[in-house]
Design a protein around this ligand. Structure first.
Ligand code: HEM
Length: 423
């Protein structure tokens, strides 16, 4: 049923004038709809494309509060949807796969224990030491297309870079990394729940990771998987299953996000020539400051995670003046919060030098992105190297011809065809 057909006292009744969400136009540019919601219905109940009803939180202050609210659980067992509907919603973790008991589906105290263990292995120092490898990967990918004078920056660059980077970091041998690329490709192409080919890819990845963890236990190296196995906290270790789920969430959370950080980021720069020129000059002058603030601004302006992952009310609560019932799903719309004029001056303007930029692109609270240092490293290396090696980079199609993926959580381009003088 269309929202407009519902009786006015139905909790899902739409305020008059509410924009239609999840359409093709919305996928292309959701920001006008989010501006409307922020103003007229900041905690907004809507039916998602899967049919599940959820609350969308669009104001910065409410979003930040919701992300840190302990009454909002990450565990899908708290979802009130009738049992027969479960498993059909595409909510990650509804299927009892071992890989699904990961950080983004659990609450304290389990979350605290697992996060503490992984933080001992996945340290900022490990990421910093990885910088030369990310640079080498970035250059190798550009080498492959630079003589052509054209490329699809998603397929040829943004997509392979993070998957090879995470594989390297985890300790997946080079000869197996193309299998990972193919499995990940299946997941990103089909998005959402593990159906058909996606389910097969997840299964293959699970089998592979279990075996790899077993091998690393026998024969440890200085990679992240060996680090995860070694990590201990008050004598506690990760079980093999927990280590596999952890490796899986690192791949899953760190892959499509970074693809879109690079894709959305390059696209925003191509559409804002003055900003891009300023960045190019500062890089030519050997300065890193604008690159650092610039990556944060690109995340705020058009970040990869449109909606934070699911949360479920464990008890009745009020958010932004709206009553939410126990069991209701709540989705925090990071993309809307990060354009809130109450928090950001001139929110629809890209300003790479923006200060006081506490965006929510990496989330907030205990689930704050664990991979933020790696994402920053990859984003900065990718953008700086592209601008340095392809200074005349330009879009090869009209921006109206570009297509955005219609996923719920992520925002990113399907393709990004570009041109430049062959070198
Ligand atoms: C969590 C964004 C890259 C690993 C999150 C969350 C956001 C986010 C918004 C919180 C979700 C929530 O609260 O529902 C991003 C963005 C990235 C990025 C925008 C790239 C630009 C990465 C990378 C990795 C990673 C490269 C790892 C290799 C994780 C993990 C969590 C997480 C493990 C769960 C943390 C927890 O629940 O304690 N990320 N992420 N992310 N991210 Fe990232």
């Amino acid at each position: 049923d269309h929202p407009a057909d519902r009786p006015a006292d139905h909790p899902a009744a739409c305020p008059a004038g509410a924009p239609e969400l999840f359409t093709w136009e919305f996928a292309t540019d959701p920001y006008p709809a989010y501006a409307w919601l922020r103003e007229h219905s900041p905690v907004h109940r809507t039916a998602l494309p899967s049919g599940v009803e959820a609350w969308l939180v669009t104001r910065y202050a409410d979003a930040r509060q919701a992300l840190a609210d302990t009454r909002l659980s990450k565990n899908p067992a708290h979802h009130a949807e009738p049992a027969h509907a479960k498993g059909k919603t595409g909510i990650p973790g509804e299927r009892k796969a071992e890989l699904m008991t990961h950080l983004l589906n659990i609450d304290p105290p389990d979350h605290t224990r697992l996060r503490r263990l992984v933080s001992k292995a996945f340290t900022p120092r490990r990421v910093a030491e990885f910088a030369p490898r990310v640079q080498e990967l970035t250059d190798r990918l550009i080498d492959r297309f630079i003589a052509e004078g054209k490329a699809d920056l998603i397929h040829d660059f943004a997509f392979p870079l993070p998957i090879y980077a995470i594989c390297d970091l985890l300790g997946v041998p080079r000869e197996d990394q193309d299998d990972f690329r193919d499995w990940a490709g299946m997941m990103i192409r089909h998005g959402g729940g593990p159906r058909g080919g996606v389910a097969r890819s997840v299964k293959k990845m699970r089998g592979y990771l279990a075996e790899l963890i077993h091998r690393k236990r026998e024969n440890p190296g200085d990679d992240l998987i060996s680090g995860l196995i070694r990590a201990s906290d008050h004598g506690e270790h990760l079980t093999e299953n927990e280590a596999a789920a952890m490796a899986f969430i690192l791949l899953f959370a760190g892959f499509e996000t970074t693809v879109n950080l690079i894709g959305n980021g390059v696209y925003a720069l191509l559409r804002n020539p003055a900003q891009r020129e300023r960045l190019q000059h500062s890089l030519d002058a050997g300065e890193g400051d604008l690159l650092e603030t610039g990556i944060e601004e690109l995340l705020r302006y058009d970040g990869p995670v449109e909606l934070a992952t699911w949360r479920f009310a464990t008890e009745p609560l009020t958010l932004g003046g709206q009553d939410i019932a126990a069991g209701d799903p709540v989705l925090v719309v990071l993309a809307a919060a990060d354009r809130d004029p109450e928090r950001f001056e001139d929110p629809d303007t890209l300003d790479l030098a923006r200060r006081d930029n506490q965006h929510l692109g990496y989330g907030h609270g205990i689930h704050y992105c664990l991979g933020a240092p790696l994402a920053r490293l990859e984003g900065q290396t990718a953008l700086a190297t592209l601008l340095r090696r392809l200074p005349d980079l330009r879009l090869a199609v009209e921006s109206t011809d570009l297509r955005w993926r219609g996923g719920l959580i992520m925002r990113g381009l399907r393709t990004l065809p570009v041109e430049f003088a062959p070198r």
